[in-house]
Ligand binder design. Structure first.
Ligand SMILES: [Zn+2]
Length: 415
């Protein structure tokens, strides 16, 4: 059955009114008044769709539709409704409300799934308020770290107090709700937040995986000197060394020639940062992502070599600090296969592409098989009030989510 496009569209635009800033922006920071209001409204829509709802002690909103067979591992769908401080209307919401629309279409048609289906609006995906995100999904899967409730926002409020104000009593001592084996599959629909689908002229894509980043901080140290007096051949200029490394790193990653291999230096600090002093110390960041772990490792090795060679050529010392290392997480073949078949039936002929950004699905992937659907978004803009996705594209994506969910919920795969 086709999903109800008008209902989905109305709900999306209704939700965008909560925390609205300017004409098209939203601000619904995690656990805030606006976040709570949004969760309350979405909870109502879940109930209208036929889901039994609850809000857990970490602010996750969970809706449940009982299946015929209570013994079967369940299917979970979901995303988030919290936003960046200056965010858009579709990030997270398309997937959260899309999943509810899938359930509503099932119940409208009188379909009782074989396996139980849950829809989750995960709490604090964005992470901007407490500088650490994907909180709700990590709580549900037992991946919270000590001290997380003591993290403070910029006004000094702890997450614990923010959650209390939100209306829940956080408790780290309880064991996670889901264990391996409980869940057959997790499905998330999300706007692409990148330009690939637009460039290919495709409304919907099937995600191959989420590429984890390597984050490094590189420090180069030379010697400061007067810009007017030190001859060029005697200099130990850390900024020239850094420029050389950054340029070679860019070349190295570009030479791979894959859309899925990306390298960025987004931040650079120069000491003493004065126009007439040769730069003594430069610190810059490396962000390297690739869905292919072997290739990423090989690029990383070559990058280390570039850093060493350049530092020695410019007479600099160097230090490399590792900040984050997360491996790529691949979507399950069997789910991609179902998505491909259903996408062809819908004549969407969706291309397969990888996700550079994180999503709630990244953490669900440590507990169960997962699949993701991307919806084209204008110019790839996201985390910005200008973020935009066509209702037609969202409708197509949610229709594909519906058919995938129906197949998985009725199938005997993953008993
Ligand atoms: Zn998101």
């Amino acid at each position: 059955m086709p999903i109800n496009r008008d209902r989905l569209s109305n709900n999306l635009y209704e939700l965008a009114k909560i925390g609205k800033i300017g004409e098209t922006g939203v601000c619904r920071l995690a656990h805030s008044k606006e976040d709570r209001q949004a969760i309350q409204v979405v909870k109502g829509w879940m109930e209208e769709a036929g889901l039994i709802t609850r809000i857990d002690e970490f602010g996750n909103l969970i809706g449940r539709l009982e299946g015929r067979d209570k013994e079967k591992p369940i299917l979970i769908m979901g995303s988030h409704v919290d936003s960046q401080p200056y965010g858009g209307r579709f990030d997270g919401t398309a997937g959260a409300l899309g999943a509810i629309e899938v359930i509503h279409t099932l119940t409208d048609d009188g379909i009782v799934p074989n396996r139980t289906i849950e829809v989750i609006c995960f709490s604090d995906e964005e992470g901007c308020r407490f500088n650490k995100g994907v909180f709700g999904v990590r709580a549900l899967t037992g991946m919270l770290e000590d001290g997380e409730l003591d993290r403070k926002d910029k006004n000094g409020m702890t997450r614990r107090d923010a959650l209390k104000e939100f209306g829940v009593e956080p408790d780290l001592s309880k064991s996670p709700v889901y264990q391996k084996g409980d869940v057959a599959a997790f499905l998330e629909l999300h706007i692409e937040q990148g330009p690939v689908l637009e460039a290919q002229g495709k409304p919907v894509g099937i995600v191959s995986g989420i590429s984890g980043p390597i984050w490094l901080t590189v420090t180069l140290e030379g010697f400061a000197g007067h810009a007017g007096s030190v001859p060029m051949n005697l200099r130990q200029d850390a900024l020239v060394g850094a420029s050389e490394i950054i340029r070679q790193y860019d070349d190295l990653v570009k030479r791979v020639g894959e859309d899925t291999t990306v390298g960025t230096v987004g931040s650079l600090q120069v000491f003493p940062n004065s126009r007439n002093i040769i730069a003594e110390k430069v610190e810059f960041t490396i962000d390297l992502r690739d869905i292919d772990l072997e290739r990423r490792t090989s690029i990383e090795k070559q990058l280390y070599h570039i850093i060493e060679k350049t530092a020695s050529a410019y007479n600099l010392t160097h230090k490399i600090k590792e900040d984050t290392r997360s491996g790529p997480r691949y979507c399950a073949e069997w789910i991609k296969e179902i998505m491909k078949e259903e996408s062809d039936k819908l004549k969407l002929y969706s291309p397969v592409l990888m996700s550079g950004p994180f999503h709630d699905a990244l953490f669900m992937s440590y507990m169960c098989d997962y699949g993701m659907i991307f919806v084209r978004c204008e110019k790839g803009i996201s985390h910005n009030p200008l973020e935009f996705a066509e209702m037609n594209d969202i409708e197509n994506g949610v229709q594909l989510l519906y058919q995938t969910a129906l197949r998985i919920s009725q199938s005997n795969e993953k008993e």
